[in-house]
Design a protein around this ligand. Structure first.
Ligand code: PMV
Length: 320
């Protein structure tokens, strides 16, 4: 790669955790997501020739990128088009702390950091609506028909209550909670899981709609618990939500095992997070030290890595 000037720019985005309401959100129900302090950074440098990508997944020209990057490539091309610049003469370098395909919003974060970096590089201001438009191009490749919660969550600094028709509303006055996130090490199957819920609904409309409505009520109650700082209630609601996700068929053996293990180690509540069928689970700890102990137990129970963190200070610790 031949750099031709010192011109550069950086765009960043954080990841997200869905606390309540995944899957039900696809059917217009409420869901709650919070920022998760793992970040992705896109650095842009001016070079000669084609636009190129430097990343762990792929190094080379944008036009030869593998199909796994189709969504991000569409997003990059459309951003150039909107900026009215030819799609050449830059290298995009990605540095990510967010594991891919684990329900932590890596695809939405990557697209967000790219769009922010390109607008910064060309010194243009970026409206929130335009950012959503560009990121959603990439998200449609990743998820088919996403509800939009990932994109809203990775661009928000606060916990959000999200509904498809109403968008995101910040949950203000939230208190401090301590969460443990455990990675199963298995790539999650969001697309397949969403399709499976759809099929289940077709086969048994009444029962599945009932479960989706129950998840909606759990999420609405959880919003109150977050505002009032009632961690016992919040934990109990996480357990209730997980039972409904198991009934929808989107959990798996390892996720259930890790949920049980966290509860045996004193967690106030535990559930899978995101699309499921792999990916990550979350549990609610009493404090950071308790979070560390739950994390250690989860590693022994089969998790590949854990993070425990404060939702308020965003102080985060990783264990492997
Ligand atoms: O990207 P994930 O795995 O966190 O899944 C997003 C949440 C779903 O409700 C399963 C899908 C969607 O589009 O909302």
């Amino acid at each position: 790669m031949n750099m031709i000037s010192q011109k550069s720019a950086v765009g960043e985005a954080h990841s997200k955790i869905i606390l309540f309401g995944e899957h039900a959100v696809v059917y217009g129900k409420s869901a709650i997501a919070i920022p998760f302090p793992l970040r992705i950074r896109t650095k842009i440098n001016e070079i000669e020739g084609d636009t190129t990508i430097t990343s762990l997944l792929y190094n080379g020209s944008l036009k030869d990128a593998p199909k796994e990057m189709n969504g991000l490539c569409e997003c990059i091309k459309e951003t150039f088009y909107i900026l009215k610049r030819p799609c050449c003469n830059i290298n995009l370098e990605f540095e990510s702390e967010i594991p891919m395909g684990r329900g932590l919003g890596s695809s939405a974060s990557a697209a967000t950091s790219i769009v922010r970096a390109l607008f910064e590089y060309f010194n243009e201001s970026l409206s929130t609506d335009l950012l959503y438009h560009l990121v959603s191009l990439s998200e449609c490749y990743a998820h088919g028909k996403p509800s939009g919660i990932d994109m809203m969550a990775v661009t928000s600094e606060n916990p959000i209550l999200f509904r498809k028709e109403k968008g995101a509303v910040d949950i203000k006055d939230d208190k401090e909670f301590y969460l443990v996130v455990a990675d199963t090490g298995m790539i999650g199957g969001t697309r397949i899981a969403v399709e499976q819920v759809r099929q289940k609904q077709e086969e048994n409309m009444e029962r599945v709609n009932h479960v989706l409505n129950e998840i909606n009520s759990i999420t609405e109650e959880a919003r109150e618990a977050i505002i009032s700082g009632d961690s016992k209630k919040l934990g109990m609601l996480m357990n209730e939500n997980h039972i409904r996700l198991v009934e929808l068929g989107v959990s798996n053996q390892l996720l259930n095992h890790l949920v049980d293990n966290a509860l045996e180690n004193g967690a106030l509540g535990a559930k899978l997070t995101g699309g499921g069928m792999g990916g990550c689970m979350i549990s609610l700890a009493k404090n950071l030290d308790h979070g560390r102990l739950i994390g250690q137990a989860l590693l022994q129970a089969g998790a590949k890595r854990t993070w425990h963190f404060s939702t308020k200070t965003q102080e985060i610790y990783k264990q492997i």
